[in-house]
Write a protein that binds this ligand. Sequence first.
Ligand code: 7JO
Ligand code: MG
Length: 214
Amino acid sequence: TGSSRPQRMLKAVQKNATKGDPKSVISAIDYYCRHKEWAMNVGDDKGLILDSVLTEVNPSTALELGTYCGYSSVRIARLLSPDSKLITIEFNPAFAAIARQIIAYAGLQDKVILVEGASGDLIPKMKERFGIKSFDFVFLDHWKDRYVPDTKLLEDCGLLKKGTVLLADNVICPGAPEYLKYVRNNPRYESRYYPSNLEYTKVEDGLEKSVFLE
Ligand SMILES: C[C@H](C[C@H]1O[C@@H](n2cnc3c(N)ncnc32)[C@H](O)[C@@H]1O)NC(=O)c1cc(-c2ccc(F)cc2)cc(O)c1O
Ligand SMILES: [Mg+2]
């Protein structure tokens, strides 16, 4: 059987990026996905918005839901300060295996804890397993109909604190209409939409940033 798209993406990183250089890993993936084979990374355009929100928040503990191949894990971890950590959750073992290799190639394995499993099962275990009191930043990029249940789960597990920033990908394409309704009509959140485009295309998409106020 042939290779998979994630395997080809990893090959492109190993061929075109410099080991230990996160910026070159990001560029190698963006080049490959724009010119060779599309893939569902947050991408370079929305990536710049992710970078600016991260720089503003400067989180000590960050959570990512939906690692895929680790592109946004590398984007996030490269901007974390020395003792900060990113926990990223991915339930597809094949994707997780590629992501581990891409994160390691970027030299960021000490800042990223990749956990294999479903967000709904793992979020309630964050405190006991990883000693997390609360998250400063959450990047939602997994199944779009899990954004609302998992946000409620994070609230119920006491993993959000005053000022925690949630940043959600794909709120227009593929779309997360229930999530937009939830955060925009909820007095416990202050939300703002950042217009952009679906990764590597001209299709409209954007990120929704929601600050937890409770
Ligand atoms: C959902 C995927 C991203 C990953 O999330 C993991 N996952 C899921 N649910 C869970 C869980 N509950 N717990 C842990 N991991 C979990 C999965 O295995 C994928 O690897 N992302 C997308 O589907 C996605 C799709 C598009 C897209 C847009 C236009 C098109 F024409 C076609 C596709 C764009 C994007 O930017 C995406 O992000
Ligand atoms: Mg996405």
